[in-house]
Design a protein around this ligand. Structure first.
Ligand code: PEP
Ligand code: MN
Length: 353
């Protein structure tokens, strides 16, 4: 795996809430004494100090310095020349009413690849809610390889998704494929998805950063860890720290799966960013029979959540039929997860309403 190069590595010192001005200055003084170049950032009443590459002995000393809560490795794309640089979130709130993902909480987002009609969406939404999901996925605008295949129902699908949210309380997650679609999608959705094909579309990333909703950012199928983090930074740089990173498989020589799920990026990302990381075992394998085991593997690797394609009649799905699981298969997986989540020392996220 390519690791973020040392000269690009930055460590963020997270200071304790309510740290006194004297203590804050003392931390900065200690950094300067060690030849580091501290840059102070403030977010609300919380102070952060970014440092250029940090040797281990400095790290150990600073971790225990009075007023320091913890050290977080990140990438050097925060804007150190401003003192209001936005900071990556540790947890993302999918909806104001509940559904927090990240930190100790593991959340599951589920639903059809595409919204096909009102009845199938509502049927799926109620079933996945019943099974314990916190989010409802469903494509309204679909990125299709073949221009003559089903492209999604557009705004009609967004209306169905909003109705499903009203009925179930689930947070709606759906993709915007262009800058022009961002505002429309954000009006209906709780979380705006940026698809794998658009991870490098920097104008779209910036627009998503201004949309006022959390963003689910999928890793491009040939993007490196560093490229994914920089794509996230485009969103964060617009003042939106609520970004969820998503591993959805990469292209390899392998033929027995649609994509190769690159699970090692999950713990690797955790070493570089506080952002929540989720896994899509549906696009990630292309085979419904692999969704259950790879979901569990993803959580064991440290993922903060899953996004899974579920369809009431999977074989008849208009898009991604082979990788869509049935309502029963999804229910079975969800009933198996709590034991694993508890063993991992974590909790399942819940939706309140
Ligand atoms: C999807 O979620 O249905 C999708 C198209 O995902 P990706 O962008 O990861 O291919
Ligand atoms: Mn799909």
């Amino acid at each position: 795996m390519r690791v973020i190069q040392e000269e690009h590595a930055v460590v963020m010192v997270v200071c304790e809430l309510g740290i006194s001005a004297e203590r804050l200055q003392a931390v900065e003084e200690e950094c300067r004494r060690r030849g580091l170049q501290p840059q102070r950032l403030q977010s609300g009443s919380r102070y952060f100090i970014t440092l250029a590459a940090l040797a281990n002995d400095h790290r150990l000393a600073l971790e225990h310095w009075p007023g320091v809560e913890r050290l977080v490795p990140t990438v050097n794309s925060f804007r150190p020349e401003t003192d209001s640089a936005p900071l990556a979130a540790q947890q993302v709130v999918l909806r104001p009413e509940g559904g927090v993902l990240g930190g100790v909480r593991i959340g599951v987002i589920a639903g059809p690849c595409s919204v096909e009609d009102r009845a199938m969406l509502l049927e799926t939404a109620h079933a996945v809610r019943e099974a314990g999901a916190i989010g409802l996925r469903g494509g309204a605008f679909k990125p299709r390889t073949n221009p003559y295949s089903f492209q999604g129902l557009g705004e009609k699908a967004l209306e169905f998704l909003a109705e499903a949210r009203e009925q179930t309380g689930l947070a709606v997650v759906t993709e915007a494929m262009s800058v022009q679609q961002v505002e429309l999608v954000a009006r209906y959705a709780d979380v705006v998805q940026i698809g794998a094909r658009n991870m490098h579309n920097f104008v779209l990333l910036s627009a998503a950063g201004r949309c006022g909703k959390p963003v689910l950012l999928k890793r491009g199928w040939s993007a490196t860890l560093e490229e994914l983090l920089h794509a996230a930074e485009y969103i964060i740089a617009e003042g939106n720290p609520q970004v969820i990173l998503c591993e959805r498989g990469v292209r390899t020589f392998e033929q027995h799966v649609r994509n190769t799920l690159s699970l090692s990026i999950v713990p690797a990302l955790k070493q570089h960013t506080p952002l929540p990381v989720i896994v899509d075992p549906s696009q990630g394998t292309g085979l419904r029979g692999l969704v259950n085991p790879m979901s569990k593997a993803a959580l064991a690797a440290g993922a903060d959540g899953l996004i899974i394609e579920v369809h009431p009649r999977p074989d008849a799905a208009l898009t991604d039929a082979e990788q869509s699981v049935s309502l029963e298969q999804f229910g079975e997986l969800m009933s198996e997860l709590p034991a694993l989540v508890t063993a991992l020392g974590r909790e399942m996220a819940i939706t309140n309403d």
